[in-house]
Design a binder for this molecule. Structure first.
Ligand code: FAD
Length: 462
């Protein structure tokens, strides 16, 4: 453990480790470090914790800034102290891929894994032609497509992570055409599903990442954190020692033993961990690699009262538009998965625009999205209220091949960096990079590392 002579004297402006950024990565790292008795200060520039995992409350609805569901197969969350009470709400009615006049339903997995929360309510509130499609007698070609996809998913679910990571690494698009899957199955099912899961409609992502994501989907399906994405960082922050997180404090420069802030003086420390997004990290550490990003725009609509409270056949919670007949890549009845996201009697529909279309002005996106959503859900959408729209050009770090999910987190003794850009994009990568960075700090401080990291186990995406 620490020699007391090495510790900076106690106080608000001293710490063993100064962490910059109170997103998922910074907060998780703070947990791993405080767990072994280190004094940690987390400096956050914004007035609230959470970074990109943000939720705003509008008119009784809880709107996530990022619109993507999580993979339920999320073992990294179980390794993070502070997330014991995290409740995840599963997409119990699976995913429906809408193509032409057909709707093919996948999942949900028979035995969802790693779901800690309760199950979603059965009533959906929104009526869908899609649900009728899902129940209709199917042409043989559709049945074959679905059977092929289900076989692929079952194979992936049973394949060990090590085997997937040993496969040749191409882009997802190249791998799909190289693997001999009929193009009808690729275009009609796999491409839209993977585009949505990866926020990457061009499928430029590394095929290893694509395989791991699809494996996670096949094993556990999808879920949403109960109460909104922000509940994840809020849980982490609330269970840190009081005073650990300081919001409204922007770091402007770093050394191995100090952080200079814009308006709050200097924090002296024995180590600095930069847990910001990639661009902010490169401002503090010039020369740090900054990846490209996939842009995302999220539209949140409140559905008017015309939809029945119960459906004879539950609406699939997530609809993917394989035909791309408008800007929306996928749309979900968020309040059907997590009723706490809508005010009583209300229904919240969240729709996600990916790729170049995400940069279009919100007014145009909303207009075009309503027409598309009317087809997908089979109900008029004119009276749906636009509750919020959020565009983020730097939402998801791109992971083209070759992608190294073990990007170094130790810059030098006393200076470390973590965040989703050092691992795989998304919350699991942010958490795992935090654990790796905390582990590097603990080693440099002479504290024994996490037992599970000693063998440098290969990471799953979740
Ligand atoms: C619109 C949108 C859609 C998304 N969709 C998906 C998706 O579909 N799939 C997926 O996997 N992931 C998605 N994400 C990404 C996911 O939210 C992130 O992977 C995850 O939240 C990253 O956490 P982090 O801690 O690495 O970084 P961040 O959440 O970015 O946290 C960094 C923190 O550092 C703070 N900070 C920055 N500079 C300073 C400074 N100088 N001083 C002090 N503090 C500073 C910031 O304010 C921020 O709070 C999406 C994000 C958005 C915004």
């Amino acid at each position: 453990m620490l020699g007391s002579a090495l510790r900076p004297s106690p106080g608000r402006d001293t710490a063993d480790v100064a962490v910059i950024g109170a997103g998922l990565a910074g907060l998780a790292a703070a947990h791993h470090l405080t767990a072994v008795g280190l004094r940690v200060t987390v400096l956050e520039a914004a007035e609230a914790v959470g970074g990109r995992m943000a939720t705003e409350e509008v008119d009784g609805y809880r709107l996530d800034r990022g619109g993507r569901p999580l993979l339920s197969d999320w073992p990294e969350a179980g390794r993070c102290p502070g997330l014991e009470r995290l409740s995840l709400r599963p997409f119990t009615s699976g995913v429906l891929i809408h193509s032409g006049d057909r709707g093919l339903r996948i999942g949900p997995p028979r035995a969802p894994r790693n779901i800690r929360g309760g199950r979603a309510g059965a009533g959906t509130g929104a009526r869908a032609a899609a649900s009728a499609l899902a129940g209709a007698r199917r042409p043989l070609s559709d049945t074959l497509d679905l059977a092929r996809l289900r076989a692929q998913l079952a194979r992936l679910a049973a394949t060990p992570v090590e085997r997937l990571r040993a496969r040749p690494e191409l882009s997802v698009a190249q791998a799909l055409s190289a693997r001999g899957v009929p193009s009808r199955t690729v275009e009609g099912l796999l491409r839209p599903l993977l585009g949505a899961l990866l926020c990457d409609p061009g499928l430029t992502t590394s095929s290893r990442v694509g395989d791991l994501v699809l494996r996670g989907f096949a094993r556990g399906g999808l879920c949403l954190p109960a109460g909104g994405a922000a509940t994840v960082p809020e849980l982490l922050a609330a269970s840190l020692p009081p005073g650990t997180v300081r919001t409204g404090v922007r770091a402007v420069s770093v050394a191995t033993n100090a952080v200079v802030t814009r308006d709050h003086g200097t924090v002296r420390c024995r180590a600095v961990l930069i847990a910001t997004g990639a661009h902010d990290a490169a401002e503090l550490l010039p020369g740090l690699r900054v990846p490209d990003f996939h842009p995302v725009t999220v539209l949140h609509h409140a559905v008017d009262g015309r939809t029945p409270a119960t459906d004879p056949q539950p609406l699939p919670h997530l609809l993917i538009d394989a035909d791309r007949r408008g800007p929306v890549a996928y749309t979900m009845v968020t309040s059907a998965v997590d009723p706490s996201r809508a005010r009583p009697g209300g229904t919240l529909v969240t729709s996600v625009v990916l790729g170049a279309a995400a940069a279009e002005p919100v007014g145009e996106l909303d207009r075009a999205a309503r027409a598309q959503l009317a087809v997908l859900y089979g109900v008029p959408t004119r009276r749906w209220g636009l509750l919020g729209a959020h565009h983020d050009a730097r939402a998801v770090p791109a992971m083209p091949a070759p992608h190294d999910p073990w990007r170094p987190v130790r810059v030098l003794d006393g200076l470390y960096v973590c965040g989703d850009h050092r691992d795989t994009s998304g919350p699991p990568g942010a958490l795992r990079s935090a654990r790796r960075a905390a582990d590097a700090i603990r080693r440099d401080f002479g504290i024994s590392p996490f037992p599970e990291d000693e063998g440098r186990a290969l990471p799953a995406v979740a």
